[in-house]
Design a protein around this ligand. Structure first.
Ligand code: PRP
Length: 210
């Protein structure tokens, strides 16, 4: 099995991504754009959620209508930058429980280390959608998905904004059952493990740190 890769193509998404990438975009606007992109990507990532047909009574008549078969999946933000996407995801799935995985990538070894894991119990039945704007070497995504699976998630989806081919390949190899949804597949990683052309360090740009 190979994980499916969905590079989401939409004029409004691309428009926002152009501004997100722009080095001149300030933190408040960057956060707002991430939230909007998070909402759009959530629509795509949930396209195939199981649905059922149920009766709906309109003011005029009764009809059969498609509705979600079950409760909303758990949303998991990979800290810190995943918080930006999460905000938009919560608008689309307002009843979804929320989990957090705190990971920090060492800037020299590029290895992620975990500093937090909080997962709601519903993850064992509902499955999870993970959010992190950057898929660079793939180390953070692989670790975050492993934690969520260890917490009992039967189904996992991964949402990012920009992905490097190197990270996509590693993630597909490590978690072939996890579909990837991204707004862009970029060209490469540079020698410092940054995605090129990318958008810089999403966590720092979100929260104004260096
Ligand atoms: C960045 C980014 C991803 C990770 C991607 O986070 O938000 O989580 O690096 O890199 P990888 O694919 O090579 O693992 P960072 O560790 O800088 O933490 P932050 O979100 O707190 O800034």
């Amino acid at each position: 099995m190979t994980a499916s890769l969905h590079v989401v193509d939409h004029a409004l998404l691309s428009h926002r991504l152009a501004e997100l990438r722009d080095v001149a975009t300030p933190s408040p606007r960057f956060r707002r754009l991430l939230a909007e992109i998070g909402a759009m990507l959530t629509v795509e990532a949930t396209r195939g959620l199981p649905s059922v047909t149920a009766k709906v009574t309109t003011p005029l008549t009764t009809m059969d209508h498609r509705r979600l078969a079950g409760p909303e999946p758990v949303l998991v933000a990979v800290l810190r930058a995943g918080l930006g996407l999460l905000e938009g995801a919560m608008q689309i799935l307002p009843d979804a429980p929320v989990g957090h995985v705190g990971l920090m990538r060492d800037e020299h070894t590029l290895q992620p280390s975990q500093y937090l894991l909080r997962m709601p119990p519903e993850v064992t039945t509902r499955g999870a959608i993970l959010y992190d704007p950057m898929l660079a070497t793939g180390g953070s995504a692989i670790a975050a998905i492993s934690r969520v699976k260890e917490s009992g998630a039967p189904v996992v989806r991964f949402v990012c904004v920009v992905a490097a081919p190197e990270g996509v390949a590693k993630l597909r190899e490590a978690h072939p059952d996890v579909p990837i949804y991204t707004a862009a597949l970029d060209v490469k990683l540079n020698e410092r493990g940054f995605i090129v052309p990318g958008l810089g360090d999403a966590g720092d740009r979100c929260f104004g740190t260096e």
